[in-house]
Write a protein that binds this ligand. Structure first.
Ligand SMILES: Nc1ncnc2c1ncn2[C@@H]1O[C@H](COP(=O)(O)OP(=O)(O)OP(=O)(O)O)[C@@H](O)[C@H]1O
Ligand SMILES: [Mg+2]
Length: 266
């Protein structure tokens, strides 16, 4: 057998593979498919945990009961019997799955309290990452945004608004419709400005509300919410593709919340 090439002062360098550290040349052993699958599962679990725990949506999840909502999401123990979950999962799959198609970017879900809306949104944030905001916060930000006096201050507020609400990617707007009567005007313009910066097809928006589709329609028809806002979102609503008056999906499920406590203090 010929000797492997050796480096001498005058000669060419040693064979490349010999210049590599031994662990790069010959792996101790190859990972089995099963071990790789375990590794993949661990990675997925870690990323899902990071996305969920770094989102303020975790403060909206129940912590007691047989298992916390967080555990339910992270262990993939979501019940498929819950209408809200089936709708959200199907929608997320449409734009993330292998057969991802071009699909309208806004989905509104209407459901009574405890019907699984926020938990399903939290599952989606764990899956794909995204921002979470409650409508009262949007109204508050909008007040600050519209009350600055100097042009410079207004410009700065506008930029802040854009960078918070105009992000590409996924955003959950929770609790649309819980605003008080006294916030009516602010709510109308806040919602308008919110969708003003969410018009692109790569800005996925999930809106959750206790108002039914009929109640939402009425709000737009009576001017409680802006007519222009409606015409803007109608083009982007997945539910309105075939029927213009289908602003939201009305959930069939009832209240699943027993006496569970929320995670955050508010
Ligand atoms: N897919 C699911 N699988 C198992 N349990 C669920 C599921 N969805 C919801 N639940 C249970 O129902 C509880 C209430 O769900 P959630 O907080 O999402 O309701 P909601 O529709 O956001 O209510 P609200 O309108 O009051 O905010 C959860 O804490 C959880 O215990
Ligand atoms: Mg909720």
């Amino acid at each position: 057998m010929a000797d492997a090439p050796r480096m001498t002062e005058t000669d060419t360098p040693v064979h490349v593979s010999e210049a590599l550290p031994s662990w790069m040349r010959t792996p101790a052993r190859l990972l089995s498919e099963e071990e790789m699958a375990v590794h993949e599962r661990e990675l997925r679990r870690e990323s899902r945990r990071d996305r969920l725990l770094n989102s303020p949506i975790r403060h909206e999840l129940a912590q007691d009961g047989e298992m916390s909502d967080e555990e339910r999401i992270l262990n993939d123990w979501m019940s498929e019997d819950v209408h809200a979950f089936r709708v959200v999962r199907e929608w997320v799959r449409r734009w993330t799955g292998e057969a991802a198609s071009v699909t309208r970017p806004i989905l509104i879900i209407s459901g009574p309290t405890g019907s699984g809306k926020t938990l399903s949104a939290a599952w989606a944030i764990a899956e794909v990452g995204g921002r979470y905001v409650r409508f009262p916060e949007v109204i508050q930000d909008h007040r600050a945004f519209s009350r600055k006096e100097s042009m410079v201050a207004q410009e700065r507020q506008r930029d802040e608004w854009r960078s918070k609400y105009g992000i590409r990617g996924f955003l959950v707007l929770d609790e649309l419709g819980i605003e008080e009567e006294e916030d009516r005007d602010d709510a109308r313009s806040a919602l308008n400005e919110f969708f003003n910066v969410r018009q692109r097809w790569d800005q996925r928006t999930l809106v959750l509300t206790n108002k039914t589709n009929a109640e939402l329609l009425e709000r737009f028809q009576t001017g409680q919410y802006g007519v222009r806002t409606r015409s803007r979102i109608n083009r982007l609503l997945i539910t309105a593709e075939r029927n213009e008056d289908q602003l939201s999906v009305d959930l069939k499920s009832g209240d699943m919340r027993r006496s569970s406590k929320r995670g955050g203090d508010r």
